[in-house]
Write a protein that binds this ligand. Structure first.
Ligand code: AOF
Ligand code: ZN
Length: 358
């Protein structure tokens, strides 16, 4: 199962909104096949593993991180009938599929065919790997990651929200690798005004181009912002409470209710869920970061810490993250810490995510 998990993790960024799945086939104590779900719409882990078998899989054990699918009326043929046809004797499963069309039916069909099924093996780790899939299928919202860089003295920028280069070149390259594995990147209007960002992945192999999102309750985004000027080529979505928004090419406005005078973040997430956004990366300033954390809406936090202090008074301080890190690693002269929110409804194990180990 440990090996199947490693195989599954190769799918991050390629398979969403599907889950990542890995499969290892064992016969007489030897691995005879390996596979994973490589790309959305393409073959599942089990047929890939069976196609790679170096021996006839009849009588073999298939170890799969996710319950094999049994439903039809979808992009690929169901895996349960192909496991039965191949004569697999035993299936070991990490977690049941939260997809209501499968959810235990895959296991029932395998058993009905006389196949031995052992389920929930390394269950918490397998579910943690697919926490974003659980967020979307069970809670109809994306998995939310906050990412920020902070100086040695804990600052996220200069006084008055002025931008400062805090992270080094290796951290920046790493962040672009993470961006291209997300479905959407969101910033506040404050960040648009202060930094004028593009929010595109750059200087790394492009896996997917995330949707660009601005959280802008009072519609303060200037039409001259790079995001708006480039919206024709790469769409931008603005969540606002303002009615009758302007007609900007490539920009979609989402009318959003308020909560305490701010955008209602739960409504934002619900709307992004209807758009099948699985991974939402937020690149917040201190105010937005605190709002997501206080409302328990951040599933994961990445903090890049620079060894260099900014020494600025009146500059915004980064929030404290009140839970233990799942991973700490060097990125050039900086360090990256990954925190999984144990209070998240899709927290299953404090296991580092595959993209943080790229
Ligand atoms: C598996 N093995 O590797 C994956 C499964 O549209 P399709 O045909 O790709 O089916 C997608 C659904 O199949 C997805 O929502 C989930 O329930 C399941 N994913 N199942 O047996 C796999 N990726
Ligand atoms: Zn399948």
């Amino acid at each position: 199962m440990r090996e199947a998990l490693i195989l599954a993790a190769r799918g991050r960024g390629y398979v969403e909104p599907n889950p990542m799945v890995g499969c290892v086939i064992l016969k007489a104590g030897h691995v005879i096949g390996r596979g994973h779900h490589q790309k959305f719409g393409e073959l599942h882990a089990e047929p890939n593993a069976m196609a790679s078998c170096t021996e006839d899989p009849r009588g073999a054990t298939a170890i799969v991180t996710l319950e094999p699918c049994c439903h039809t009326d979808k992009k690929t043929p169901p895996c349960v009938p192909s496991l039965i046809r191949a004569g697999i004797a035993r299936v070991v499963i990490g977690h049941t599929d939260p997809n209501p069309q499968v959810s235990g039916n895959g296991i029932a069909q395998l058993r009905a065919a006389g196949i031995e099924v052992i389920s929930d093996v390394m269950n918490a780790q397998c579910r943690q790997l697919n926490a974003p899939f659980f967020a979307l299928t069970q809670f109809a919202r994306p998995y939310v990651t906050l990412k920020w860089a902070q100086s040695a003295d804990g600052l996220m920028g200069g006084a008055g929200n002025t931008p400062r280069q805090i992270s080094g070149s290796e951290s920046n390259r790493f962040m672009h690798m993470l961006r291209t594995r997300c479905d959407a990147i969101a910033v506040s209007a404050d960040t648009v005004i202060a930094d004028d960002p593009m929010l595109t992945p750059r200087r790394v192999p492009i896996i997917r181009t995330p949707l660009r999102v601005i959280l802008d309750a009072h519609l303060r985004t200037p039409p001259t912002a790079k995001l708006i000027q480039s919206a024709d080529a790469s769409p931008v979505h603005i969540f606002t409470t303002v009615g009758n928004p302007p007609n900007w090419p490539g920009v979609t406005f989402h009318q959003t209710p308020t909560a305490d005078g701010h955008l209602d973040l739960r409504s934002v997430l619900r709307e992004l869920g209807t758009m099948k956004i699985t991974h939402l990366l937020i690149e917040p300033g201190p105010r937005l970061a605190k709002a997501f954390m206080q409302q328990n809406l951040a599933d994961r936090i990445w903090v890049i810490r620079s060894p260099v202090p900014l020494h600025e008074t009146k500059a915004p301080a980064a929030p404290d993250v009140p839970y233990p890190a799942a991973l700490c690693r060097d990125l050039g002269i900086d360090t990256l810490s990954e925190y999984l929110n144990p209070g998240s409804e899709v927290f299953f194990a404090n296991a580092a995510s595959p993209e943080s180990q790229l």
